[in-house]
Design a protein around this ligand. Structure first.
Ligand code: 5CA
Ligand code: ZN
Length: 409
């Protein structure tokens, strides 16, 4: 599929600032600790994309912004970033929505994906190098299920194909949850623990035989469509290889999605780990509940844009929260962000300001420590509030806010 256009990322070197020195550390759900990422020259990242039936709400935007910071910090450190994102363009919730509204599921997916591209472009979220749909990846996914089958890691229930979690001795490595904690999450997040015939209630569906009125594709296991977890597992290892640096998504993906994806990949390839770090953004809520399509309590990026809100104010409002925290959206936060944007714009339009070196140092240091964007923002606030005689600093801080925070002033 098409990705979306990249906004320019200014080089801070060209802006006359010294090169960044620190490594990027991130909180890895798999180890429960903030650890340095250790990419080679090319850093490899997979971020789970949307299921395109109701895009792009502020929760989505918040998650993609977190990984946009990862991308920007790595680039600032001199890495090339190889970034892959999927779009789950065939799955139960998409088909259900299409069924309810009478729309063709492909048209619904195409429209929502385009809206997502437009929102990401407006928010200056750097695009993935490859933006890959589940449908176009079906041959790849089938190949992966065949590998699992070849390792005796599949079984059938009434024509559907399951992956037995018992096949992976490392199962539980991503979420580090107990079985008691896993069970309700599995049921809540698309699993089918009560289906008769399963060996273990937590076993994951990898191929679903075609149901009447639903799409299906030919495969050695009969006509059908892929399960959700195997989609991301197959796409990530095809395009990044095993042991890539970061797999990302919102915290609701840690279990079962990233857990199962890691197990599928490790059992299919006989190698581990799937990803070297599993990184999760917090949940954005509204009115006391997680913002979600199924609950319908959504604030859309496109709605705000249509109301004339500057996308850079939306970006700043989201970055004012640490990516790992769960928080609630209020309109007041947008007003605060718009006021901050105005202050910053006025400050970089001055003929001079305090030297940019220290603020660049703080922004880089805070972001390198598990993406502390609120502290990075505070450093720029302090610079903007102070007077100084350095004539090159306004342009340097403009470049800094753009390159690292993605905020165009
Ligand atoms: N297509 C799958 C991933 S392969 C999926 O989860 N799609 S989604 O559209 O439901 O979510 C897309 C991304 O947004 C996921 O990373 C999800 O964790 C994140 N997300 C969804 N709701 C919220 C929310 N309220 N706050 C923060 N992030 C959210
Ligand atoms: Zn995914």
């Amino acid at each position: 599929m098409r990705s979306w256009p990249a906004s320019d990322v200014p080089s801070l070197n060209d802006a006359g600032l010294p090169a960044a020195a620190r490594r990027l550390s991130l909180y890895d759900t798999g180890t429960g600790a903030v650890r340095p990422t250790e990419p080679g020259e090319t850093a490899r990242m997979y971020v789970c994309g949307i299921t395109p039936y109701d895009a792009t709400h502020l929760g989505h935007a918040n998650t993609y912004l977190a990984f946009d910071l990862v991308n920007r910090v790595w680039r600032d450190l001199g890495h090339t970033v190889h970034y892959i994102q999927n779009a789950t363009d065939v799955d139960d919730p998409l088909l259900e929505r299409a069924q309810q509204t009478g729309e063709d599921w492909r048209e619904l997916a195409d429209r929502e994906i385009q809206l997502f591209r437009d929102d990401m472009t407006a928010l200056r979220v750097l695009p993935p190098d490859r933006y890959i749909g589940a449908v176009e990846s079906i041959p790849l996914i089938v190949e992966m299920i065949e590998k699992l089958r070849g390792r005796d890691a599949t079984y059938e229930v009434d024509g559907d194909v399951y992956f037995p979690i018992a096949a992976d001795p490392a199962f539980g490595q991503v979420s580090r949850l107990t079985r008691e904690q896993m069970a309700p999450l599995f049921a809540e997040r698309g699993g089918d623990p009560d289906r008769p015939g399963k060996r273990d209630p937590l076993d994951a569906l990898v191929w679903m035989a075609r149901r009447p009125g639903e799409p299906g594709w030919d495969s050695p296991f009969g006509e059908g469509r892929p399960g959700w977890h195997v989609e991301c597992s197959a796409i990530s290892i095809e395009h990044l290889g095993m042991g890539f640096d970061v797999e990302g998504g919102g915290s609701d993906l840690a279990f079962p999605h990233h857990e199962m994806g890691a197990s599928h990949a490790q059992v299919a390839t006989g190698e581990r780990p799937h990803a070297r770090a599993y990184v999760h953004a917090g949940m954005v809520g509204l009115d006391g509940e997680k913002m979600s399509k199924s609950r319908g309590n959504l604030v859309f990026v496109s709605r705000l844009r249509a109301d004339g809100v500057d996308p850079m104010a939306i970006r700043l409002a989201l970055l004012a929260h640490h990516y790992r925290s769960d928080w609630e959206w209020t309109d007041g936060q947008l007003r605060d962000a718009a006021a901050r944007l105005e202050r910053w714009r006025a400050a970089v339009a001055r003929p001079s300001g305090p030297p940019a070196g220290p603020v660049a140092g703080t922004v880089r240091e805070r972001l390198a420590d598990d993406l502390d964007a609120p502290a990075a923002i505070a450093a720029i606030d302090a610079w903007a509030a102070a007077d100084g005689a350095d004539a090159s600093s306004p342009a340097q801080v403009r470049a800094l806010a753009d390159a690292l925070l993605g905020v165009a002033l």
